[in-house]
Each structure stands twice: as C-alpha cells, then as structure tokens.
Design a protein around this ligand. Structure first.
Ligand code: 13P
Ligand code: SF4
Length: 346
C-alpha cells in the first residue's frame, strides 16, 4: 500500500540522513514530490543540485536534468535517476551526431556569417558541449530571450535546438518573427540553404510531445465554459496557443501565477497535467483548471519515475549499493559546463 511504501522510504531516508537530497521536477507525480526536499523547474533544480552538499542527489526528473546535475555537482557527489527509462523525447530529437552533420550544411549555407548555436536545457550533455565549442550556450524557458541577445551580441545568426516552438515564441518576444528559417533534419526537402542564408534565426524541428498537443481551440473552449478564466501556458506550446493565452512562462512562472492569484480567481493551466494537479492541491483557494479537460497531457518520460523505483534506489543506498548513477563522460562534462556557466552568467 502507499502508506507502507511511504514508511519504507522514510526509514531508508532516516538511515541515510544528510547523505541524500531528493529533487523533484514540477511534473513528477504526487508520490514523488511529497518526498522531495526541493520542488521546482529544471533551472531551479539545477541550482539546488549545485548547492547540495549531500553525497547522493536523487533526481525526480528526466535524464537530461540528471546529466546537468552531474555536470554542476562536485566530483565526489553522485546523481541517481530512479529509472533509466526516463528520457525526454524532445532531447532525443537533436542528437549530437545528427547536429554535427547539419552544422556543416548550415554553416556552408552562410559562409560569411558567424552562427551561434543555443540549445535548450532539454538536450543531452554532448549537444551542450557542442554548443560551447562553437561559442554558444544553454538556455531554459525562462531565459531564452536573454540567450538570444547574448548570441546576437557576438554573432550574426542563431541556430536554436531542439524546441522550435520555444524558438519561435522567443523570436516573437524579440520582434524577430520575420527572421525565422526552419531546419527539418529528417526531410532533405526541408533543408533550404537560401532560407538559412536570408534568416537570422534557424530553428531545429524538435518539439515537446506534451505541449504540442495544446491547441487554440482548447483556449476558446475554456473561455466559453469559464468566461472569468485566465489562461497561462508554457512556451513549449505552439505559437497560436501562446497568442491566445493571457500569460506565457516556464513552470516556475506558472506556479507563481497561481501563488499570487486572488482567492476565487480562475486560472486554466497549459502544461503537463501533474503540475496542474499539484497546483489544485497546493492552492485550493484558487480555481485551477487543466486547459484541456479530458485529454491527458501526461509526460510519459516523467511518469517513468515510479515511487516503487524511488523506494528501491533509497533502500539499496541504505544497504551500501548504488544503482542508476548518471555520469557524463569527462571530456563532455568540461565543455557542457562552459555552456551552462554562460547561461548562469547572463
Ligand atoms: P521547465 O521546468 O524549464 O519549465 O521545463 C519544462 C519541461 O518540459 C521540462 O521537461
Ligand atoms: Fe520532455 Fe516535454 Fe516531457 Fe518535458 S514535458 S520531459 S520536454 S517530453
């Protein structure tokens, strides 16, 4: 039962004491975040990982987040992901090998211009390392516009990977929506060298399979059913959805929106369903609605972190056995850290 499992988790944690810290992303299920020392978005959690003194950082999140935690924690700390199956499909849409060959074509299309690659946090360490090697950096959904400004201060064009929607929404925020070319790495016909040459922003054709499912019709429906509702959506949503919403922001902005709402206000939330459910539990005084009532916006990668796996990794650690340690290769670690540090400096 859940209460037996909770007892087992607590027993293991009291045995491990200060040796362990548990981080929980906002999209993790209730049975995980209830045991987390810190809950937050991917940026906040990477900062918590950097500040953690514990020997073991247990990451309730997906592989790219655990990799980033490994990069910024000390060498004597270990990052543990309760399930090795928790891999974000969007991060898998821009593999470093594939980006390497695209880079040759993209740079050949604009030989006289300096192109700066920016990768969203939702990517693997080898791609972060590649971006650093070309003068680029990492960004999150809360600082993408600042990363673009950093790049345009130093170069002529930006290649943004992997999320085309965050890229497009950021271009709009900067008034550069007419400067976009798309790069579809899977479609030879989608690679248009002339377009790349003429545009300041090249967007890799990746997307989040959860946020891409929201549509402007969902917003129209919520406004028809709840005329007093305001809508906040994540910038991984399509442009038409962001345009129809009242507010756009990272998962921490979505949390702050509900935290700062007056009692009785209605907010419809356009993001992964577990965060919407947490906000309903945490703020019963606010009327929190899922933007898309009956379709389940459930991230199957985040869902791989099953509370039984959390129990297993903790009990095994208490017995002196480490499992599911996420370790970035040393040669990638150094460069990927440069890309993360450039983000932290902006
Ligand atoms: P943030 O936590 O940075 O808002 O990212 C959302 C997301 O999709 C994480 O997987
Ligand atoms: Fe990846 Fe989207 Fe899931 Fe985040 S919500 S882990 S971006 S698939």
């Amino acid at each position: 039962s859940e209460s037996e499992r909770t007892d087992r988790i607590e027993a293991a944690l009291s045995e491990l004491g200060d040796d362990v810290v548990i981080l929980g992303h906002n999209y993790q299920r209730r049975e995980i975040v209830e045991h987390a020392d810190f809950i937050g978005d991917s940026y906040q959690l990477s900062k918590e990982a950097a500040n953690a003194d514990a020997e073991y950082v247990i990451f309730g999140g997906v592989t790219f987040m655990a990799e980033s935690a490994d990069i910024i924690t000390d060498d004597d700390q270990s990052v543990i992901l309760p399930s090795m199956e928790a891999s974000c499909p969007m991060a898998g849409m821009a593999e470093a090998l594939q980006v390497d060959s695209a880079w040759a074509e993209i740079t050949a299309a604009a030989p006289d211009e300096e192109i700066i690659p920016i990768t969203y946090m939702n990517s693997y360490a080898d791609l972060k390392a590649f971006c650093a090697s070309q003068g680029g950096l990492v960004c999150t959904s809360s600082n993408a516009h600042e990363a673009f400004e950093y790049a345009f201060d130093r170069g002529d064009k930006v290649l943004f990977l992997p999320d085309k929607h965050l890229g497009e929404n950021t271009a709009h925020r900067l008034g550069m929506e007419d400067e976009i070319a798309e790069w579809d790495p899977w479609d030879p016909a989608g690679k248009d060298a002339d377009e790349v040459a003429e545009s300041d922003i090249v967007l890799w054709d990746g997307y989040c399979q959860v946020h891409e499912r929201f549509t402007a019709d969902h917003i129209a429906e919520i406004r028809a059913d709840h005329p007093d509702a305001k809508v906040v959506v994540h910038p991984e949503c399509r442009r038409e959805v962001v345009e129809a919403a009242d507010r756009v922001g990272s998962t921490s902005t979505i949390c702050e929106t509900v935290e700062n709402a007056d009692p009785g206000e209605t907010w419809a939330i356009g993001t992964e369903i577990h965060l919407t459910n947490h906000l309903q539990r945490w703020h019963p005084e606010v009327n929190v609605l899922p933007l898309c009532g009956d379709a389940c916006m459930d991230c199957n990668a985040m869902r791989q972190i099953d509370p039984n796996y959390l129990t297993w990794v903790l009990e095994e650690l208490a017995r002196g056995r480490e499992h599911n340690v996420i370790e970035v290769a040393p040669e990638e670690k150094e460069l990927a850290e440069v890309a993360l540090d450039r983000m932290l400096e902006i």
